[in-house]
Design a protein around this ligand. Structure first.
Ligand code: DC
Length: 222
């Protein structure tokens, strides 16, 4: 049976950075489910479908194939065969993604794909509903969070490094909006699974969080 590690948590908690590092340490595959939702959102955006139009979005789901591959240790996401990695990381796509990921048809499609990936592969998968819905039997579940201020500051420094002009207050506001949307949707909202271990990384370094998770995995394997 494959060993699955689920990491859930709000936007900007550092899930992907941490999950990538843990995956490398364990030689596991890392699956970023947010990127899959982002690829679907990109399709709707390109087609000019409004995020509020559930009927059009549900119909369009049947036109979409999302697939993944690994290149040089990095996950690549394909939308109907096109590698869309370089288009899905914008704030615009992030916001639309959060809005369209509330719909059952969108979630069903990706949930099935994610379960298929995890069935025979040791992996670490991050997202919002991995421990609660996608992989309820994952051997290790982590709920990784940090205060809005910490997440805002991290995102601010990240954007600044890329040369973007941004305002700290606006970033924190966007994070609050995304939390609100992801935590309060009807289907598979973001929440800590009952058997997940909570890690608040507000006062922790990346190394400390990685070590903590590796310790939890080791304990579980013993
Ligand atoms: O992790 P991220 O910022 O790339 O995710 C973008 C959005 O996708 C997030 O705001 C909500 C949605 N998402 C989801 O609903 N379920 C997941 N498992 C992963 C992401």
């Amino acid at each position: 049976m494959a060993f699955n590690i689920a990491i859930d948590g709000p936007a900007g908690a550092g899930k992907s950075t941490i999950a990538k590092r843990v995956a490398k340490e364990l030689s596991y595959i890392y699956v970023d489910t947010g990127a899959m939702y982002r690829a679907m959102a990109l399709y709707f955006l390109r087609k000019g479908i409004q995020p509020e139009d559930e009927t059009a979005i549900s119909a369009a789901c049947d036109e979409i194939t999302v697939s993944l591959s690994m290149e040089h240790g990095e996950q690549q996401v394909f939308l109907n065969g096109e590698n869309v990695n370089s288009f899905i990381r914008t704030e615009e796509v992030g916001k639309i993604t959060s809005a369209v990921s509330v719909y059952g048809k969108v979630r069903q499609k990706l949930t099935q794909l994610q379960r298929d990936l995890a069935e025979h592969t040791d992996l670490i998968m991050d997202g919002r509903d991995i421990g609660t819905c996608v992989l309820p039997k994952a051997q290790v579940k982590i709920y990784l969070t940090a205060s809005v201020e910490t997440r805002g500051k991290r995102r601010f420094l990240e954007l600044q490094e890329k040369g973007a002009v941004c305002e700290m207050e606006q970033i924190c506001e966007d994070i609050r909006g995304r939390d609100e949307q992801d935590m309060n949707r009807k289907i598979s909202p973001l929440k800590q699974a009952e058997d997940a271990i909570l890690i608040d990384s507000s006062e922790m370094t990346i190394d400390e969080v990685v070590d903590r998770i590796l310790g939890i995995v080791e304990e579980k394997c013993r």
